[in-house]
Design a binder for this molecule. Structure first.
Ligand code: SF4
Length: 103
């Protein structure tokens, strides 16, 4: 993936430190296409690509930071924190339910 793993959030005043975790990302030298599929990607190709991406995520020391960021944003597309799009949406709903119960 490129040196800057993910684009800076647009329209938000984030401090540089918020992105410090990306410097330790296991995917920073991987192609971004491993984490974001092309439009019209077939299901079988997507499954293979996502499995490989998740193998990288499984070794990543900042997986929790990545997942927390992607869920809070929320990032709709791609593999983040070892979870695919549907898995992240499910995790986000789970966290929202947990948060509303705690309130
Ligand atoms: S968890 Fe996966 S997508 Fe997130 S920084 Fe680590 S390797 Fe990259």
């Amino acid at each position: 993936m490129s040196r800057r793993l993910r684009p800076e959030p647009r329209g938000t005043a984030r401090l540089a430190g918020d992105w410090a975790w990306q410097e330790h990302a296991a995917c920073k030298d991987e192609p971004i296409t491993l984490f974001f599929g092309p439009p019209g990607e077939r299901r079988v190709e997507r499954e293979v690509r996502e499995r490989k991406a998740k193998e990288v995520c499984a070794q990543c020391p900042v997986r929790t930071d990545c997942l927390d960021y992607a869920i809070a944003r929320p990032e709709k597309y791609g593999t983040w924190g070892g979870l695919g799009e549907d898995e992240r949406a499910k995790e986000r709903r789970r966290r929202m339910r947990r948060g509303s119960r705690a309130a």
